[in-house]
Ligand binder design. Sequence first.
Ligand code: NAD
Length: 320
Amino acid sequence: MERRMSDRQLPRPRIAILGSGAMGSLFGGCLFEGGSDVTLIDLNASHVEAIRREGLVLSTDSGERSIRVPAFFPHEVATTFDLIIVFTKTMHTTAALSAVRSCIGPKTILLSLQNGLDNKFLLTAFARPQNVLIGITTNPADLVAPGHVESHGAGIARLAATAEPATPILKLLPDLLARGGLNATVDPRVETAIWEKVAFNAALNTLCALTRSSVGQIGADEATRSLAFAIAAEVCNTAIACGFAVNRSHVEQTLASAMQHHTHHKPSMLQDVLAGRTTEIEAICGAVVRHAKERGLSTPMTETVLALIRHIDAKIAARS
Ligand code: NAD
């Protein structure tokens, strides 16, 4: 696949994607196609080796192509990057950044587009707050085979600084991503959007994972449907107590719409449980319950699903 040539010269920061599974490969592959200097980093041997052998096969609405983007294991990279986009699952963030600590210089910018709360605190253990960006993305992606990622449908990434002055890379990133065909915008209200997505995930991902049901099945049963809305309400109350003006009716509409239109969808937490992988429950319900407790709020439904998913995670961890 030929890399796209740009009409207008943009700066070319050295970008690493730390955790190049489904989302990391999508963003890394698209950035590379758009002309960016990208290095994929991942631990998954079959995936890294397939990319080295055949290129990264990306299937999107623009078609299927093989992208010759460099892919490395963490121990193989030594150079300092201008930007590291963290796309591991949240429970692997700290281990992943520790393993590439030598690639993080005083000017390296760290960006998390992962799901869940408090990713910025994990990143600020490795870089000063002015060098930490956070965001959220609605792009979907699936690793369908080693070296092969699929992503269909539109999405948008919303990005923000966590401290002033904002790094110039923040302004540049939407352009770099756009050249690779990905939508992105700078949105100072991104933390509110993150809480809204957490409300959605805390409600639906947990119930689907616990019952092994699709989103439509949860929505079709009055009891589980009500439970989902009750969990989302607890998360919204917690967000508001933390100072984030989440739009409760928007969250409810998104839940109702998913239950109506994404009837066969199996959320990532259900896929993780079915595949015998531990889940991102701590960054979702674990963080919500912690913030609620700090503010004296009660979140009984969220605490219940948290305890149950922790139980499943502990059994999975014991097996592996
Ligand atoms: P994934 O499991 O496909 O990819 C994570 C990758 O991280 C894996 O390839 C794994 O090998 C790698 N990894 C783990 N530990 C590592 C380490 N120490 N060093 C280097 N690599 C390491 O997960 P994903 O679906 O791409 O999700 C990534 C993040 O994006 C999650 O927070 C998820 O919630 C979020 N997200 C996913 C989607 C989606 O549709 N997949 C959509 C929006 C947000």
